[in-house]
Design a protein around this ligand. Sequence first.
Ligand SMILES: Nc1ncnc2c1ncn2[C@@H]1O[C@H](COP(=O)(O)OP(=O)(O)OP(=O)(O)O)[C@@H](O)[C@H]1O
Ligand SMILES: Nc1ccn([C@@H]2O[C@H](COP(=O)(O)O)[C@@H](O)[C@H]2O)c(=O)n1
Length: 301
Amino acid sequence: MAAAIEAYLEKHGVNEMVQKALNAVVKQRAANPAAALAAEFTKMAKAAKQEEGASGDTSGDTSGDKPADKPADKPADKPADKPADKPADKPADKPADKPADKPAADAPVVFFVLGGPGAGKGTQCKKIVEEFGYSHLSAGDLLRAEREAGTDQGSMIEEYIKSGKIVPVEVTIKLLLSAIEKDGGKRFLIDGFPRNTNNMSGWQLTVGTKLALAGVLCYEVSEDELEARLLKRGETSGRADDNIETIKKRFNTFKMETLPVVEYYAHQGLCTKIDGSKSVDEVWAATKDFIDSKEAELKQK
Ligand SMILES: Nc1ncnc2c1ncn2[C@@H]1O[C@H](COP(=O)(O)OP(=O)(O)OP(=O)(O)O)[C@@H](O)[C@H]1O
Ligand SMILES: Nc1ccn([C@@H]2O[C@H](COP(=O)(O)O)[C@@H](O)[C@H]2O)c(=O)n1
């Protein structure tokens, strides 16, 4: 099935695939969007398999039959997550110059780190930095720092954070790319990104294959546990979103927008899910195993 999904992706591109699946899920008003999305991907993969069988093309080379009006990297026409009154129509950055098919062997390596609010992303990233010397970039931290600048953009970011919504990618990607460039490292943990399909499109358009995505870590924790952790953290964090009203909104955003992204990567075989409800040390043991095995894979390349 993974090969069939890859074939579909080759033909239609990631944006079209994700957008089509998300549209179907939204239409269904599915109670469990992640499961519905998984079902949509499976349906698409089956259709791609049949299509491939019908055309007799088993090579996987689809370069000749891509419809001319549908480039693989065409961004979603309208990001699903755009708040109606915000100017978020298109990523502001110029698309990466004609992307190569694959990242260069010496391209810096990136891991996305996902999980619900309070799942322990930051806690585990810190440990990875200590043990493996990776560079850690938290999209949330970068946005909070930018908010402090006191500009119009700062107040816009504040609004999004307080309402638990995802800031338009053109803002976030600029912060991430400038931090990556400044850092100049070879291994990056991108914490809290991509949080929705708009984030994914922005990354694909601006980064393309300049950086190599080696894997996605996702920490799974129940909402009850997350809520308890965030309320406790809120006693000292001073964060505008560690209060029960915003926490509920963040949970909703996570379920509706981020879980589908996690499922997308899971279907690509890129996502490793870790039980984040255990103790910090137990979660770290699983995290370390993951990084060790990825480092071994990367050494063989
Ligand atoms: N395994 C764990 N068990 C119990 N508490 C934990 C665990 N991991 C992290 N915490 C605590 O839970 C809170 C949230 O952790 P952390 O800030 O690492 O999460 P996060 O996923 O980065 O959150 P956010 O997305 O909101 O920034 C912190 O107070 C942290 O000390
Ligand atoms: N890709 C992202 C990441 C974060 N945000 C906003 O920041 C808030 C806090 O993020 P944490 O990762 O620190 O939990 C989050 O709720 C969003 O409002 C974002 O917009 N895009």
